[in-house]
Design a protein around this ligand. Structure first.
Ligand SMILES: *Cc1c(COP(=O)(O)O)cnc(C)c1O
Length: 358
């Protein structure tokens, strides 16, 4: 297909020409009973019953299949990564030639897009989010982004740190405007907490769309480091060319497998409901406090507040044993502080602390 060929042509020529490293397990799992003398592993495990002496599968097939099912994607449309942070890094390294190509970001947003771009030597176009009469910092500067000349546009929805969802129609219109010229990357780290649907369902119709998902937030698996880059198979294949050999460790794969059972899905859904309930309660309670000047509406598992002196508030909270994330360095967020939704007791502790401040 013409549009997919144009997409592949956006990749760096040296990545397209690269003969990827073929690891000992690249051809698939070894046949049962095979004598494994091809990977320079030690033949003995470190403890009885352990298989840690053996390299893991480069892309554990059960996890890939299960996540494809959960996200509603094709299996060959999904690359397992060490958190979505790795997905961001792979995209920048595949598509941006140092000192020539650029990415575009919409601040205030997640910091890793800019850092990954700078590490790669890519330029960074900043096109700040815009507010409308009914939503603060929820809109993208679509004409600006379409004209930016960037290879990759990073959008975060729900956005970290504001919590706002970028309207799906805006993202699709942007992708259509950039067809064949750039990839629109939608970071959906918090989508499980939102009412809005994931854009994974739009991948079939929109070749230059990439969606990043992660198990670090709603699934409660931040310690396992597992995310997914979901895109057209051609884009996934390009990212797969440069990912480290065996990125998913055996212990990580085992714990993720155990968490993705039907019971695990139900647990995740229950936790999402609890977080949403606490989010609504905390939003209400924060809005009534004199120390808080504004609370941003959030579709994620955090709330952004504006206060009189954000840095001072965050420092005082730390003294009181409560860690918050101060956001003053972000475009347009002077005196803003991001608060993760905790348990009811944790949130009550935060409220008690804030009530004591006038
Ligand atoms: C937390 C977060 C990530 C990082 O997720 P990992 O999968 O843990 O690497 C990515 N994007 C956004 C917007 C985040 O807030």
């Amino acid at each position: 297909m013409m549009d997919v060929a144009a997409l592949t042509a956006l990749a760096r020529p040296e990545i397209r020409a690269l003969e990827p490293y073929a690891s000992a397990r690249a051809a698939g799992p070894p046949p049962a009973g095979a004598v494994l003398l091809n990977a320079n592993e030690l033949p003995w495990p470190p403890a009885p019953g352990s298989e840690l002496n053996r390299y893991p599968a480069p892309q554990p097939v059960t996890i890939r299949r299960r996540l494809a099912e959960i996200y509603g994607a094709g299996e060959d449309s999904l690359l397992l990564t060490r958190g979505s942070d790795e997905g961001i890094d792979l995209l920048v390294r595949v598509f941006c030639t140092a000192y020539r190509d650029r990415v575009a970001i919409c601040p205030p947003c997640f910091g890793m897009y800019e850092i990954a771009a700078r590490i790669q030597g890519a330029g960074v176009e900043r096109l700040p989010l815009v507010s409308s009469h009914d939503a603060a910092l929820a809109g993208i500067d679509r004409p600006g982004l379409a004209a930016s000349g960037a290879r990759l546009i990073f959008l975060c929805s729900p956005n970290n740190p504001t919590g706002a969802v970028i309207p799906r129609a805006e993202i699709l219109a942007l992708a259509a405007a950039l067809a064949g010229r750039a990839l629109v990357v939608v970071d959906e780290a918090y989508i499980e907490f939102a009412r809005a649907p994931s854009l994974v369902a739009d991948l079939a119709a929109v070749p230059n769309l990439v969606v990043l998902r992660t198990l670090s937030k709603a699934w409660g698996l931040a310690g396992a480091r597992l995310g997914a880059l979901i895109a057209r198979p051609e884009v996934v294949a390009l990212a797969a060319r440069i990912i480290a050999p065996y990125p998913i460790s055996r212990p990580a794969a085992d714990s993720v497998c155990a968490a993705l059972t039907p019971a695990g899905v139900r647990r995740m859904q229950r936790n999402v409901i609890r977080i949403r309930r606490e989010r609504a309660r905390l939003h209400e309670a924060l809005g009534r406090l004199p120390a808080v000047e504004a609370v941003f509406p959030s579709e994620a598992n955090f709330l952004l507040i504006q206060c009189r002196a954000g840095k001072r508030l965050a420092a005082a909270a730390r003294q009181a044993g409560i860690l918050l994330r101060e956001q003053s360095a972000q475009t347009g967020l002077a005196d803003c502080v991001r608060i993760t939704i905790g348990t009811k007791r944790e949130n009550d502790r935060l409220l008690a602390f804030l009530e004591g401040r006038q």
